[in-house]
Design a binder for this molecule. Structure first.
Ligand code: ANZ
Ligand code: ZN
Length: 739
């Protein structure tokens, strides 16, 4: 053993040794307990960022720990390789997205290897590989056969920059999740997966997941949004040309006697009918088309509306009630119409105040001494008042009584609804998995026969920003109809990339399987014992993956109910933000590595300057490492100057895995000095074994009182004693394992 700590040499040596001995290749060993440790696979954007390093370090520590405790560990890795950034990069450089993607994968794989993660690389998956996406296509066809995949035309969120449809989940504050562009509404045909059929199971099974953070379970439950209510029919007055009654969905039938107007969505058929001979209404509906179909957005935007001039009859009193179009009513939820009760609903209150519509109080607080507020809606349950024969009831009793009454008159029915919508998977994009369908003039839409799968995505096209190059490629598009043989056209839409990530963790179990989607090895490895990734995937990815797994189960392909037994959402990596504001108000961000900071004896900052021009900069505080704030630190530089172990050690020690981690150069140096000292201790120990010292390091890195993590190091390798990172044990030091 050498005297000095030279991480680069040591690490290279160790990594080579692991590679030569296939140390981390996992095989199915029926007599050993298995531990499937999965970190969310990266998008191959070009190079690793600190978030990846943290994610994969946590996963690796858990993998090593379980390996040491006798588990048969699988820790795989792959690439979420389809998606828009590749197309955009391709446009910028005039290169096919395939080349950009594969180059990035090669570079990032090298980076991951240099970090010394104990990954089984034989199971590597790239979702853009036909061996993988072939099974997306195959399974899509099975879902089509079972009616789980189906086609419909719907108002969708259109991202004008990426020129594609986005799922509601992909619209954040009215903007595209990737481009940040304001989203427009468009009507477009596409394929949908019936995730709503699984709504109840997806919701109920959250209770079977104690290993998930409560926060994530709550987010999923809210997303599914089950609510119990009543569908109520308001007969439309005779003089209107609309010959259908207006149906609404309400969770508060107890407030029925307080309805003062009805509000319908901008796209509601009644609104369109009313607009036919009402130019200002037509104009208003047009105006509302800008914006999104998402609920969060509709709830927060300024309320706008217009009277249709139509009226409907109150189902109990027979009173005539005006029908308004309102931008806060969602076409895609309930019936696309609401009975507005301004006295007891915040949005209705705001709207009624704005348009001077009457407000009628019909619920009072349970506690008689409590007064309902005058300048806002009283939204709690209470006791009905001013409600005729239904007065004096508790809210729940009133709901039941009113529902029963309406049911007798055939004007109402209790109903359970979900906020969850079916998952639209069609994207008008090139760099994705082709939807395996063929359009024939004679036979209609024909599935590609299984023996013709995969429908290969051409890898040589270069998008130019004007729509989908697949649609323009005759080589791709023109084909013959599998059913009649006549010339036909291939579907040019590709699948949402969330499809790719919905089952990659299943494929890892049998990545080399070329005759079927999943084989018996999935029964050995799945479900995943520990999943680790960012909280940003708490809804979309995790819900889709759960849904997809359940469909695979129902079609007899896997045998578990839930794919991820335990979930850890790691905290963000933060760093200080430095900037200057130019005279025009433009903000320029500088990377923290370019800044020199002077500190006085009291530890106070006296100076912050940009090294290149010696002029002062301002601090914008601490924020998530991001490109936009230019406050990222390149993990590669860190590894190059200190070695992977320093990076890993710092990651694990600076903060508990689920908490944010503040970047600190001095922290990194501290980790490095520690490893140097440790190395020296081992060296001395080997020189003078009689002076044996216990080289245990103890540190708490977990916060849950039930799980005290403690740390043990030193894992000698045969060739030379090596210090390999840290292995984190969830057993306290008093555990017999240590004796
Ligand atoms: C009358 C009422 C009175 C309501 C009251 C609430 C409070 P959840 O629980 O989320 O399902 N609603 C129904 N359909 C809607 C749509 N398409 N767009 C916007 N809002 C809609 O909410 C159900 C409630 O949301 C319903 O109950 C309805 O307003 C509104 F004091 O009806 B309520
Ligand atoms: Zn045909």
């Amino acid at each position: 053993m050498q005297e000095k700590y030279h991480p680069q040499e040591i690490e290279q040596d160790a990594q080579q040794y692991w590679e030569n001995t296939a140390a981390f290749n996992a095989t199915e060993l029926p007599n050993k307990p298995k531990y499937y440790c999965l970190s969310m696979f990266p998008y191959p954007s070009g190079k690793l960022h600190m978030g990846h390093v943290r994610n994969y370090t946590i996963g690796d520590v858990l993998s090593r720990f379980h390996r040491m405790r006798g588990y048969n560990v699988l820790q795989p890795m792959g690439w979420d390789a389809f998606g828009l950034p590749a197309e955009n990069a391709a446009m910028q450089h005039g290169l096919p997205p395939a080349k950009w993607t594969y180059d990035n994968i090669a570079y990032m794989r090298k980076q991951l290897k240099s970090l010394g993660f104990s990954i089984d690389w034989t199971r590597e998956i790239a979702t853009c590989d036909p061996h993988y996406y072939r099974w997306n296509q195959w399974f899509f066809l099975r879902m089509l056969e079972h009616g789980i995949a189906y086609k419909k035309t719907q108002v969708v969120n259109w991202d004008p920059i990426d020129q594609t449809v986005l799922a509601n989940e992909q619209v954040i504050d009215g903007r595209g999740w990737r481009t940040g562009a304001p989203i427009e509404k468009r009507e477009i045909p596409g394929y949908y997966l019936a995730i709503t059929r699984y709504a109840d199971e997806l919701l109920d099974a959250l209770d079977t997941l104690p290993g998930w953070p409560d926060r994530v379970r709550t987010m999923q439950a809210n997303w599914i949004g089950k609510s119990h209510g009543v569908d109520i029919t308001f007969p439309v007055s005779e003089q209107t040309e609309f010959h259908q009654d207006l149906k609404v969905f309400t969770t508060r039938a107890d407030t029925l006697m307080g309805v003062t107007y009805l509000a319908i969505a901008v796209e509601h058929p009644l609104a369109l009918q009313a607009a036919k001979n009402n130019p200002s209404l037509t104009e208003f509906l047009e105006e509302c088309k800008q914006g999104t179909t998402t609920e969060a957005e509709l709830a927060t935007q300024a309320k706008k509306g217009m009277d249709t001039g139509y009226t409907a009859l109150h189902p109990i009193t027979g009173e005539s009630i005006p029908i308004w179009v309102a931008n806060y009513v969602l076409m895609g939820y309930g019936e696309g119409a609401v009975m507005a009760v301004p006295a007891h609903d915040e949005r209705d209150f705001e709207f009624a105040t704005q348009y001077k519509l009457p407000i009628k109080i019909v619920i009072r607080p349970q506690n008689e001494n409590e007064l309902p507020p005058l300048n806002q809606a009283f939204i709690d349950y209470g006791i009905t008042i001013n409600s005729g024969e239904f007065s004096g009831l508790k809210s729940q009793a009133a709901i039941d009584a009113i529902a029963a009454h309406l049911e007798l008159k055939q004007l109402g029915k209790k109903r359970t609804r979900y906020r969850l919508r079916d998952w639209g998977i069609s994207r008008q994009r090139y760099w994705g998995c082709p939807i395996p369908l063929i359009h024939c003039d004679r036979c209609g839409t024909v599935p590609v026969p299984d023996d013709q799968l995969p429908v290969l995505l051409p890898e040589n096209l270069v998008p130019d920003g004007s729509g989908n190059p697949l649609a323009k490629s005759s080589e791709f598009s023109i084909c013959s109809c599998p059913s009649c043989g006549q010339s036909a056209r291939r579907e040019s839409d590709t699948m949402d990339t969330f499809v790719d990530s919905s089952w990659y963790f299943i494929r890892y179990a049998c990545a080399d399987q070329n005759t079927c989607m999943s084989d018996s090895r999935t029964s050995y490895w799945l479900p995943v014992d520990q999943y680790i990734g960012g909280i940003e995937h708490a809804i979309l990815h995790l819900l889709y993956a759960r849904f997809w797994s359940k469909v695979m189960r129902d079609l007899g392909l896997v045998y578990f109910n839930e794919p991820f037994t335990n979930l850890l959402t790691q905290g963000m990596v933060l760093n200080e933000i430095f900037f200057r504001k130019s005279t025009t108000g433009r903000i320029n961000y500088f990377n923290p590595t370019e800044i020199d900071i002077e500190i006085d004896a009291q530890g106070k900052r006296t100076k912050m300057i940009l090294r290149t021009d010696n002029l002062p900069v301002e601090s914008g505080g601490i924020g998530t490492m991001s490109k936009s704030k230019n406050n990222g630190v390149d993990p590669q530089e860190l590894v190059d100057s200190y070695g992977a172990d320093t990076a890993r050690l710092f990651m694990m020690f600076a903060s508990p895995p689920t908490q944010t981690l503040e970047w600190s150069e001095t922290g990194v140096e501290g980790a490095y000095r520690f490893l140097r000292r440790l190395w020296r201790q081992v060296y001395l120990h080997l020189q003078h074994p009689q002076k044996a010292e216990n080289l245990l390091l103890i540190s708490r890195i977990g916060h849950q009182p039930s799980k005290r993590f403690e740390v043990n190091c030193i894992k000698p390798l045969p060739k030379s004693p090596m210090i390999w990172g840290v292995d984190i044990l969830s057993t306290p030091l008093s555990h017999p394992l240590w004796n």
